[in-house]
Design a binder for this molecule. Structure first.
Ligand SMILES: Nc1ncnc2c1ncn2[C@@H]1O[C@H](COP(=O)(O)OP(=O)(O)O)[C@@H](O)[C@H]1O
Ligand SMILES: O=P(O)(O)OC[C@H](O)CO
Length: 498
């Protein structure tokens, strides 16, 4: 039997390749950041060619570190930043435009136009999603309307659409020499083009957004052999798993039972709860989405609270304000003071997502006095992540009728002890991090490994999960209530800006 499963985690800030062994432990890691391109206020792009090159590089790095040949690798799974939209030419492989990143707000006029015609929730019944700049469908519409020749090529079947999973699988399985054009149900559920019940592209949605069906990938399960790698980097290895990154983290955290949830703290924050085989709709601003689908098994649904800006705010403090040199320094700076000094930072850089869904919001710092220093700002920055999560958790509890006994967490920001303690305090709930922190990549590896029989069933996967760290709530109730009141007031100050 081959020794390892490879996972590619194509995230917003970087691309990673991780090799896992049968216990789900990390054997080796290759990682590379890519450029964040901001051509106009609110626009966020990635260069797909740079990401493809980085993918090859990180696979090579992980392979070399583990001295692994392709025969040592039983399968490869892909997980990706969701919604980020790329279009490319089938014959040349060339992208027509940079990828429009999920955080990009250039489609806000389209959102307003569609909202006027039928309200923010007009497509929720079919797609589980409100109108927002967040999802792929409107990004694709914008590209079709603004990029020369794209619509003509799409109608001829020469231009292909995909999220980053589709783009990478197409390249890995042959590219212009017959690459496979597929996606999985979890990624497709983030386009606002798939019907959540039929699990097919929805003809009414395609008509509403005027999208030629020929350019869309085939929708498959999250765990099956889609094809084999043709590139010399891993020749012959089956590509056997595909999950949006938040769905992959749910799998990596082994949240296989309805009611189990995880929160991933990366560029943004994404709380996902497994709701089982039944589609649940939200009354409180959460998204209905696909959790995952293993081959031959029924699809599992989820409720999700997506927060656009969490770790991205730490990056902004680092890159745009220069207050810190590296992301982890935010904790040292925040520890120079005892509290937020009355300051609240609402990072509505891309509007506000769950549970507010305010496309008209923009970032504010509220409660400033001359007392406030950079330490207080650093605290307000970290607390913003915890308050946004609190609002999502409360919405999730109302929708599901389940009170979370503890919250399983993962992602880059979990290294921040001050944040995790504050999160437990403000939620008044235990926060728990697993031993294998790379749950996103692990989930993609699990999907791929199940498809090729490297793992037999989910019970085997559950045995790999164990607790690395627990943060217990220590804050008194009056303080918790006061802080949350301040936050809620600050949120209202971000509204009605654009
Ligand atoms: N110690 C830390 N404290 C606060 N934020 C951090 C810390 N370490 C990393 N981050 C933030 O976490 C994000 C990276 O996490 P990661 O899970 O790799 O994100 P992604 O998958 O979105 O690319 C960055 O936005 C970074 O600013
Ligand atoms: O790449 P991440 O971890 O920031 O995740 C991005 C999300 O998938 C966007 O929906």
């Amino acid at each position: 039997m081959s020794k390892y499963i490879a996972a590619i985690d194509q995230g917003t800030t970087s691309t990673r390749c991780i090799l896992f062994n049968h216990q789900g432990q990390i054997v080796s890691v290759g990682q590379k950041e890519h450029s964040q391109i901001y051509p106009n206020p609110g626009w966020v792009e990635h260069n797909p060619v740079e990401i493809w090159k980085n993918t090859l590089e990180v696979i090579a790095l992980a392979r070399i570190q583990a001295s692994a040949t392709s025969a040592d690798i039983a399968a490869i799974g892909i997980t990706n930043q969701r919604e980020t939209t790329v279009v490319w030419n089938k014959r040349t492989g060339r992208p027509y435009y940079n990828a429009l990143v999920w955080q990009d707000t250039r489609t806000s006029d389209l959102v307003t136009q569609f909202e006027k015609e039928g309200g923010l929730n007009r497509f929720r019944e079919k797609t589980g999603l409100p109108l927002s700049t967040y999802f792929s469908g409107l990004k694709l519409k914008w590209l079709l309307e603004n990029v020369t020749n794209l619509r003509e090529d799409a109608e001829k079947g020469e231009a292909l659409f995909g999220n980053m999973d589709t783009f990478l699988i197409w390249h890995l399985t042959g590219g212009v020499q017959g690459g496979i054009h597929v996606t999985d149900v979890s990624n497709a559920s983030r386009t606002q083009l798939m019907n959540l019940r039929s699990l097919q592209w929805d003809a009414d949605m395609l008509a509403a957004y005027d999208i030629p069906a020929q350019m869309l990938p085939e929708i498959r399960s999250s765990s099956e052999v889609y094809g084999h790698v043709t590139n010399e980097i891993l020749p012959g290895v089956p590509v056997a798993g595909d999950l949006g990154d938040q769905h992959a983290a749910l799998v990596g955290q082994t949240c296989f039972t309805p009611g189990m949830a995880k929160n991933t703290y990366g560029t943004g924050c994404f709380l996902v709860m497994n709701t089982g085989g039944e589609l649940k709709t939200s009354e409180n601003g959460l998204l209905s989405t696909i959790a995952y689908q293993f081959a031959g098994q029924p699809v599992q649904y989820a409720l999700e609270g997506s927060v656009a800006v969490t770790g991205a705010l730490v990056q902004w403090v680092r890159d745009n304000l220069g207050l810190i040199d590296k992301s982890s320094d935010i904790e040292t700076l925040a520890r120079t003071v005892q509290d937020n000094g009355g300051a609240y930072f609402v990072p509505a850089f891309s509007g506000l997502y769950a549970p507010y869904w305010r496309n008209d919001a923009r970032g504010v710092i509220a409660g400033l006095t001359r007392y406030v220093n950079k330490g207080h700002i650093a605290r307000a920055v970290l607390e913003a992540t915890a308050y946004q999560t609190l609002d999502v958790v409360r919405a999730m509890e109302q929708d599901s009728g389940i009170t979370l006994a503890s919250l399983r967490v993962d992602g880059g920001m979990v290294q921040n002890q001050l944040l995790m303690q504050f999160q437990a305090d403000i939620l008044n709930t235990q926060v728990v991090a697993p031993t294998i922190a790379e749950t996103t990549a692990l989930g993609a590896a699990y999907a791929a490994g199940l498809a090729v029989g490297y793992w037999q069933n989910i019970d085997e996967l559950k045995q790999n999960w164990s607790v690395a760290h627990t943060w217990n709530p220590q804050m008194e109730e009056p303080q918790r209530t006061n802080l949350h009141k301040g936050w809620q007031k600050a949120v209202t100050k971000s509204y009605d800006w654009v």
